[in-house]
Design a protein around this ligand. Structure first.
Ligand SMILES: *Cc1c(COP(=O)(O)O)cnc(C)c1O
Length: 405
């Protein structure tokens, strides 16, 4: 723990020219060989404080004993059987997700984009089954990110991601983020659902304004549309409650989950109310791997841990500590930090135009701390939910130093 501020850590370089891996990512020239709690250790033996969590995935940090034990145990029994058979772990995880969310039915998949794509299919099918086949449009928010399949590229508000991949599927419209009037203007008998991230992740750790989620629910009800909460990033405790929508006192009809659900094991889920879920009959959707016994063993540990009494309350206490530290930094550096935003441990530091978020991510990494850039020149801090008080202070210290480098 002595090398926190040493500058011996690896730096970003161009992606290795001789690699056979397709160059869809601009990667940092670091490979990790070991993880312990909130720390990752590189091939060179450098330790990094992980405030990225593999993009909001490592809910309980690295090498969590209960996750290791559950996966080891399941790995020695059966890995995969397909959804042609009952999977007891799936039934347990589905029951838990249903009771925790107040909804009824769960479809399992393997990633975030499969969850959002399935959520849209379910919403459209539900309109179709209730005799409204023209109710097919999904309203999304400006700045939204819902994933990278063709369907979800159309839902994502980032024209650059679509370039060269057209034609896009029809039936997606975008309305201004957080603006209820704009939403109401766009609603109508053609709208199947409104799809919202309660806190936008890729969009820059942007939380919705006060009263917005309640307004979305009321407007959707008035116009006969469903509400889809894309909690792929904001769910599973990340924003201070198990589901992000909980803190707004509304219940969506459909929830998409993934990132944090398996704590590092790939798993996605869509939770739906009975009325909506009943539209999905045998043959309407599927996934070969979805909800396999290994994925369910990991998800079960995550859900059990997060629903232990006091766990989420302590996440909120520590997330407040992080927020206080960031707000103090912002008041010391009004020329560099424009805004502290987001919720819980999906926290954003929006930088002044004079600072560039990519450079700050590199500066932090060189000091031994991992973070994630987001849209809107925003630095995203996504530590494991188990980050300690001491580690939060270390993170704030790194940021304070990196800002004056
Ligand atoms: C990451 C993300 C997705 C896509 O998840 P993948 O697992 O990368 O497919 C969808 N929606 C939101 C809000 C996300 O943050």
């Amino acid at each position: 723990m002595t090398s926190h501020f040493s500058k011996t850590h690896g730096t970003a370089t161009d992606y290795a020219a001789d690699s056979a891996v397709m160059k869809t990512y601009g990667r940092a020239e670091i490979a990790f060989v070991k993880g312990e709690g909130c720390w990752l250790v590189s091939e060179k033996g450098d330790r990094y404080l992980d405030c990225a969590s593999g993009i909001a995935v490592n809910t309980l940090g690295h090498s969590h004993p209960a996750l290791i034990e559950a996966l080891r145990d399941q790995a020695g029994k059966v890995w995969h059987t397909s959804n042609l058979f009952r999977i007891p772990g799936q039934e347990r995880v589905a029951k838990k997700l249903a009771s925790l969310s107040g909804l009824d039915q769960v479809f399992f998949c393997n990633s975030g984009v499969e969850a959002t794509e399935a959520a849209v299919k379910i919403a459209r099918r539900a309109s179709h089954e209730r005799g409204e086949p023209n109710r097919m449009t999904v309203l999304c928010a400006s700045g939204a990110f819902h994933g990278r399949t063709l369907g979800m590229l159309a839902a994502t508000d980032k024209p650059a991601f679509r370039k060269g991949f057209g034609p896009m599927p029809d039936g997606f419209e975008h309305v201004a983020f957080g603006n209820l009037n704009a939403l109401r203007d766009a609603l109508g008998p053609h709208v199947a659902a409104v799809m919202i991230e309660p806190v936008q992740g890729e969009g820059g750790a942007r939380h919705v304004p006060e009263g917005y989620m309640e307004g979305v629910r009321a407007a959707a009800d008035e116009f006969g549309a469903l509400v889809i909460a894309d909690e792929v990033q904001a769910g599973i405790g990340r924003t201070g409650t198990l589901f992000s929508f909980e803190s707004y006192g509304v219940t969506p009809d459909i929830i998409a989950l993934a990132k944090g659900l398996g704590g590092g094991f790939p798993v996605g889920a869509v939770i739906a109310s009975k009325t909506v879920g009943d539209a999905m009959t045998p043959g309407t959707h599927g996934s070969t791997f979805g909800g396999n016994p290994l994925a369910m063993a990991a998800a079960e540990v995550i859900l059990e841990t997060l629903s232990e009494p006091g766990f989420m309350a302590d996440v909120r206490r520590r997330a407040d500590l992080l927020e206080k530290g960031l707000l103090a930094l912002a008041s010391q550096h009004p020329d560099k930090i424009a805004e502290v935003r987001g919720r819980g441990f999906l926290r954003g530091v929006r930088l002044d135009e004079s600072c560039e978020v990519g450079s700050l991510v590199v500066a932090l990494r060189e000091r031994g701390m991992l973070s994630v850039p987001a849209a809107d020149n925003t630095l995203r801090l996504l530590p494991p939910l188990v980050i300690s008080d001491e580690e939060i202070l270390i993170a704030i210290d790194h940021l304070a130093q990196a800002l004056v480098d």
